[in-house]
Design a protein around this ligand. Structure first.
Ligand code: F6R
Length: 608
């Protein structure tokens, strides 16, 4: 979604801001802009399109002198992508400017109120309301104006604000939209996400809800929305800054797929102790684990798909009923949470608005929430009662791969832990499951090394109109993710269906040559899935099968087969997803799509 970067210090601000914004490009955006104080007034340059356009307009920032500024990449919500709607936005006499991530929910009401007072609006955005409202409340004290505005607005925001009257300061504030600030010997920074400023400082402060920061070149002060000064502890970011670079790969997505063996190892190994699984972050005794009578998994997108797999694995290994919900549904459906239930939210970014709302809804009802989260210090990580981190490192490509793989193994660990505590897994089975878990990273690597075969196959489908993914049980969960990977980056329509469900309507869409990817990794369901493959083949489909090495029988029904190495049937998702990720990737590359930044999508969805 939108990105914010701000700088005040001793260096020229514009090149630093452009550099920071480039690190946020992966989040998805459609326009970009900067506001820089040049020593006399605030100048704004902004444009629809890629950051490159803004870089060209300002010669890499050189033509915008000044040591204090704010910048923004916008992902349109209110108003089409256009130069006018791009941020920053000014008040009428161009003395106050603001960049904003999030949504001001009562903007129509505020816009009307301000229009009645004679304020003129030039854009269709909710953000412009903030610039005029700041103007309305500004009587010489910027902090007072900022806090008065925060008391008036409803919704979510991360803000960067400049006042021409106070050119030695930047104001920043946040509610429900991420914001960090940091400092080094040259100045102070604001950013909506750590990678934007990681090159300049590793010591960051996470701004909390309804906090305001006043940044000067050499120090920062934190305030509550009621202007009380507060102290905050910095957090040191441990990531390798290179982790957010492409390192010779053509795309971040390819690099991140190749990082999966490491990601899976990093998520598994610290929690495997000898012959046991120890998940300290759970903070639950075996008795408490035993007392769980239901698990609710809540997430969005691919994280939801990981949750669907989690349902099969936890129910299978621990015999606890699991309900999986899309966070956007869960939060508004008045879910039934009963005593003994546990809530698990899954999120790579830790900032997804609906998942965060589901977490808050569960906590408000008195339930403890476990977060499976990738981004350290993110909102979900900070608000969950307990956090199990997926140690995938920064994920830059919009389409998730390595974080999804890490979420899967985190869920396997939980399933085994629960199953063990409840006496549902005997020692021999547990040892065999552990062995299979440890083998996953090498097996993933083997599958990645088979990429040429998949690339060749993918090249045949760059012109496809529709693709269907079918599978039963865990294979259905894999199909959901395989289908999403293909459609989100290649823009080819695709659907995932529970294999037995296809004939209840959707089979009418199968035509001569339609590609159907059948996932079949569950031995007890091999024969059933073969029947479904035969059904679609009889209607002209070309059938690609992804299955286990032992299932040679499938060759009778499939046109093309990709085999995955042997593992426990509960863990096959981790392997079967690899060729499907590669397939989606190579189809998108073949079509010339912008793989890392697919149209209309954002890396972290901070609006509902
Ligand atoms: C798809 C994808 C999205 C995310 C979803 C949730 O490739 O990345 O579907 O999985 O937006 O995001 P997080 O995990 O950050 O909550």
């Amino acid at each position: 979604m939108c990105g914010i970067v701000g700088y005040i210090g001793t260096k020229q601000a514009a090149p630093i801001i452009l550099d920071g914004l480039s690190k946020l490009e992966y989040r998805g955006y459609d326009s970009a802009g900067m506001a820089i104080y040049d020593g006399g007034k605030i100048n704004i340059t902004k444009s629809v399109g890629r950051l490159k356009v803004l870089e060209n307009l300002t010669h890499g920032g050189e033509t915008m002198p000044g040591i204090c500024g704010i910048g923004h990449t916008r992902w349109a919500t209110h108003g089409v992508p256009s130069d006018t709607n791009a941020h920053p936005h000014f008040n009428a006499d161009e003395t106050i400017t603001v960049v904003h991530n999030g949504i001001i929910e009562n903007y129509l009401h505020l816009r009307q109120m301000l229009s009645d007072k004679g304020y003129k609006f030039v854009s269709e955005t909710d953000t412009e309301v903030l610039a005029h409202l700041l103007d309305y409340y500004y009587k010489g004290n910027p902090m007072e104006a900022v806090t008065k505005v925060l008391h008036r607005v409803e919704g979510s925001y991360a803000l960067g604000i400049l006042f021409a009257d106070c050119p030695d300061q930047i104001f920043a504030a946040r509610k429900d939209s991420p914001l960090v600030v940091g400092q080094n010997g040259d100045g102070c920074f604001i950013a909506s996400d750590v990678p934007a400023i990681l090159k300049y400082t590793r010591k960051v402060y996470y701004v909390d809800n309804q906090e305001v920061v006043r940044l000067r070149a050499d120090h920062m002060h934190f305030y509550s929305v009621d202007e009380e000064e507060m102290t905050k502890e910095p957090v040191t970011i441990e990531w390798d800054a290179n982790a957010a670079e492409k390192a010779g790969y053509e795309h971040f997505m390819l690099k991140e797929m190749y990082e999966q063996p490491k990601t899976v190892t990093d998520t598994l190994l610290p929690r495997i102790k000898g012959r046991d699984i120890v998940i300290e972050e759970l903070n639950m005794s075996d008795e408490e684990l035993n007392a769980i009578n239901k698990i609710h998994i809540v997430a969005c997108g691919s994280a939801y798909h990981a949750g669907v797999t989690g349902k099969y694995v936890i129910e299978g290994l621990a015999r606890i009923p699991v309900e999986v919900d899309l966070a956007s549904e869960f939060r508004y459906r008045n879910p039934i949470l009963e005593e003994g239930a546990m809530v698990i939210v899954i999120s790579q970014s830790g900032e997804t608005a609906d998942t965060l709302a589901a977490l808050r809804e569960s906590k408000a009802r008195g339930f403890k929430v476990l977060g499976i989260v990738n981004v350290v210090g993110s909102s979900i990580a900070r608000e969950a009662d307990n956090v199990m981190y997926t140690w995938a490192g920064p994920e830059i490509a919009v389409a998730t791969t390595k974080a999804y793989s890490a979420q899967l193994v985190a869920l396997y660990l939980l399933a085994m832990k629960f199953g063990r505590a409840r006496g549902k897994i005997d020692d021999k089975t547990f040892a065999s499951l552990l062995g299979d878990l440890k083998r996953l990273p090498n097996q993933i690597e083997m599958l990645l090394n088979n990429k040429l075969k998949i690339q060749k196959f993918a090249n045949r489908y760059i012109g496809a109109k529709d693709v269907f993914f079918i599978g039963r049980g865990i294979d259905y969960a894999i199909s959901l993710e395989g289908s999403l990977k293909l459609k989100e980056i290649s823009y080819i329509h695709s659907e995932a269906y529970a294999a037995g469900e296809l004939k209840h309507g959707t089979i009418s869409l199968i035509e001569e040559g339609t590609l159907v990817a059948a996932v079949s990794t569950q031995p007890d369901l091999y024969a059933k899935t073969i029947s479904n493959m035969v059904e679609v083949k009889a209607r002209g489909a070309f059938v690609l099968a992804v299955t286990c090495e032992e299932n040679k029988e499938i060759e009778k029904a499939a046109d093309y087969v990709i085999y995955i190495p042997e593992t426990n049937p509960y863990f096959t998702n981790s392997l079967a997803i690899i060729p499907l990720q590669l397939f989606g990737y190579y189809v998108a590359v073949g079509k010339g799509c912008d793989v890392d930044k697919p149209r209309n999508l954002a890396k972290s969805v901070t609006v509902e």
